[in-house]
Write a protein that binds this ligand. Structure first.
Ligand SMILES: NC(=O)c1ccc[n+]([C@@H]2O[C@H](COP(=O)([O-])OP(=O)(O)OC[C@H]3O[C@@H](n4cnc5c(N)ncnc54)[C@H](OP(=O)(O)O)[C@@H]3O)[C@@H](O)[C@H]2O)c1
Length: 339
C-alpha cells in the first residue's frame, strides 16, 4: 500500500469550497527535489485566501495551502541537501501550485529551501515564517538614511503577522514606532502591544485606525513620520504617503484593506518620497537566507508571547479569524509525529 500523510485539503464543488483533514498519498521526490517531514508551518493571510477559494492564489483545486514550512529532509535527490537536514521552505510556489505546509509532508525543488539557522529552533522559524521575511524586507527597504533620533516609523496592520514582527524589530533596533491598528483601543489590543513593546514601551505609540484615517486623506499632510511600512493597502497607504517627511521611504507589501489606492504626485515631487514594493515570495534564495540569518541574530525577537500554536484540526477556526482581521501576532501549526 502507498504511504499516506495527513493534510488540510481544500476542495471545490460547483463553485463552493470546503476543507477537511484527509489522508493523501505521500509524494515521491524526483531529480533535484527533496521530501520534507514538516515539523511546523504557519498561517498567513494568503493561506486563508487560498483555503476559501479566493482566485489568484492556488493554481487549481483540490489543494493543500501553506506558503511556508520547516522540517526534516526525509528523502533527497539533491546534491546540496541530505536526509536529516533541518530546512525551511518559504514562498516560491509552495502553497500556490505545489501542495503546501498544511500537510505533514511537502515535496519541493532544492532551489526553494535553505538550511534553518542552527541557532533558531523550528518553532521560532515558523513564528517568523513568510511574515518575518516580509517584515525584514520592508525594514531593509526603509533603513537607508534613517537614524534613531528621527521621527517615528509608521506601521499599519500592526497587530497582524507582518506588522507585529516589523514593530518588534524596529523597536529592538532603537527606532520610535507608531503602530496603526484596528485593535488600538480594545483591551486585547492594548495588552498585545504592551507585551510586544516590552522594555521599549516608551518608543511605541498606538493609534487606532479610525483616528488615523479620521479626516480622510489630503494630497500632502503634516509630515509626522520618517518612514512607513504598510501591510494593508487602500486608504492606509494613501494616508501614510501624505504624512512621511521629505526623502522618506514607504514599503508596501499588503492589500487586506484594498488592492488599489489614491494618491497625488505631491509626496513624490515635493518631498522626494520613495514607494518601494515588497515581493518576498519570489525574492532570490540567497536573500532569504540572509534574512533568516539576521532574524536568528541581530534582529532576533522572542515571539513566544505573540505566537499561538495549534494543530491541523484547529486550523479552520483560525482561518476565519484571520480573514476578519482578527489575527494577533502569528499562528503556527505543529505537525504530528504520526504521519
Ligand atoms: N508582498 C509580500 O511579499 C507579502 C508577504 C507576506 C504577506 N503579504 C501581505 O501582507 C498583508 C499582511 O499579511 P499578514 O500575514 O500579516 O496578515 P494578518 O496577520 O492577517 O495581518 C493583517 C492585519 O491588517 C489589519 N487589517 C486592517 N484592515 C483589515 C481588513 N479589512 N481585513 C483584515 N485585516 C485588516 C489587521 O491588523 P490591525 O487590527 O492591527 O489593524 C490585521 O491583523 C496581507 O495582505 C498579505 O497578503 C505580502
Amino acid at each position: 500500500m502507498t504511504a499516506q500523510y495527513r493534510a488540510f485539503l481544500v476542495e471545490e464543488s460547483e463553485g463552493k469550497f470546503s476543507s477537511s483533514i484527509t489522508e493523501l498519498e505521500k509524494p515521491q521526490p524526483q531529480e533535484n527535489e527533496v521530501l520534507i517531514k514538516v515539523e511546523y508551518s504557519s498561517l498567513n493571510y494568503k493561506d486563508a485566501l487560498c483555503a476559501t477559494g479566493v482566485k489568484g492564489v492556488a493554481a487549481s483545486y483540490p489543494f493543500v495551502p501553506g506558503i511556508d514550512a520547516v522540517g526534516i529532509v526525509q528523502e533527497s535527490f539533491s546534491k546540496d541537501f541530505s536526509k536529516g537536514d533541518r530546512v525551511i521552505c518559504s514562498g516560491y510556489n509552495l502553497g500556490m501550485s505545489v501542495y503546501g505546509g498544511f500537510g505533514n509532508y511537502i515535496c519541493v525543488p532544492e532551489t526553494w529551501i535553505v538550511n534553518c539557522p542552527t541557532n533558531m529552533d523550528s518553532l521560532s522559524a515558523m513564528s517568523y515564517g513568510v511574515a518575518g521575511l516580509t517584515s525584514a524586507a520592508c525594514i531593509e527597504a526603509i533603513m537607508e538614511n534613517l537614524d534613531q533620533n528621527a521621527k517615528p516609523i509608521v506601521v499599519s496592520g500592526a497587530s497582524g503577522g507582518v506588522g507585529s514582527i516589523a514593530v518588534g524589530i524596529l523597536l529592538k533596533l532603537g527606532f520610535k514606532v507608531t503602530a496603526i491598528s484596528t485593535k488600538g483601543t480594545s483591551k486585547e489590543g492594548i495588552d498585545f502591544f504592551k507585551l510586544l513593546a516590552g522594555r521599549h514601551e516608551n518608543n511605541l505609540s498606538v493609534i487606532d485606525t479610525e483616528t488615523f484615517l479620521g479626516e480622510g486623506v489630503r494630497p500632502l499632510d503634516k509630515a509626522n513620520f520618517s518612514a512607513g511600512i504598510d501591510t494593508v493597502g487602500g486608504e492606509f497607504l494613501s494616508k501614510i504617503l501624505s504624512q512621511v517627511e521629505p526623502k522618506g521611504v514607504v514599503s508596501c507589501c499588503g492589500n487586506v484593506a484594498g488592492g488599489s489606492f489614491k494618491s497625488s504626485v505631491f509626496p513624490f515631487i515635493l518631498r522626494g518620497i520613495s514607494l518601494v514594493g515588497i515581493d518576498s515570495q519570489d525574492s532570490p534564495l540567497q536573500k532569504k537566507q540572509n534574512f533568516w540569518d539576521k532574524l536568528a541574530a541581530d534582529w532576533n525577537l522572542d515571539l513566544q508571547s505573540q505566537t499561538k500554536v495549534i494543530t491541523l484540526d484547529e486550523l479552520q477556526e483560525e482561518i476565519t479569524t484571520i480573514l476578519e482581521g482578527g489575527q494577533l501576532g502569528r499562528v503556527v501549526i505543529k505537525h504530528g509525529d504520526d504521519q
